[in-house]
Design a protein around this ligand. Structure first.
Ligand code: NI
Length: 178
């Protein structure tokens, strides 16, 4: 989705240096500063109609992202998942296979890419209450996790494309696939 007309938060766009930095570990999850960033991210991703957002996208270079998969006009086939804050995430194990799927990004407006991602991952992270979580993720949720974790390491989905021919305009994507 393009920068929406009445968005509360400005989303960093491709070319902004914050999207190329390695984000810092969160030291104190329960601190007001961290909790406030999480609230801002929850609002920003909901306003923008995304299925995920990483802190650098709202100009905070810290290791936090939100996953909030649900079907919407941007992702009609997305599974339903309550908005979840993921803090200091790690991928402990990747499946050997990769599957290509369409991705977009609030920081790369008007484009979609066919991105190869591992179909299954074992992950570890801390939740908003500071509790450690370990999960096995598959399919679209595993895809979102890999996309958002990339943001914390200074990468966008464009960096993961096998070929520039796998990048198309969002207009054409809607014509052909929605
Ligand atoms: Ni993104």
């Amino acid at each position: 989705m393009n920068q929406s007309k009445s968005s509360t938060y400005s989303i960093a766009q491709l070319g902004n240096a914050v999207l190329r930095q390695k984000a810092a570990e969160v030291q104190n999850i329960l601190a007001d500063e961290c909790q406030k960033i999480i609230s801002q991210m929850m609002l920003a991703v909901s306003e923008a109609g995304g299925v995920g957002i990483a802190a650098p996208q709202i100009h905070h270079s810290v290791r936090i992202f939100i996953m909030c998969s649900k079907p919407n006009t941007r992702y009609p086939d997305a599974p339903l998942m309550a908005p979840t804050a993921i803090i200091n995430p790690e991928i402990l194990h990747y499946s050997s296979d990769k599957v290509k799927g369409w991705e977009g990004c609030l920081s790369v407006p008007s484009m979609r890419g066919l991105v190869p991602r591992h179909s299954q991952i074992d992950v570890r992270y801390f939740d908003q209450q500071g509790n450690e979580q370990k999960k096995e993720l598959t399919g679209f949720i595993a895809r979102i996790f890999q996309h958002e974790l990339d943001h914390l390491n200074g990468l966008t989905f464009i960096d993961q494309l096998e070929s520039t021919k796998d990048l198309i305009s969002e207009f054409e994507w809607y014509q052909q696939f929605a």
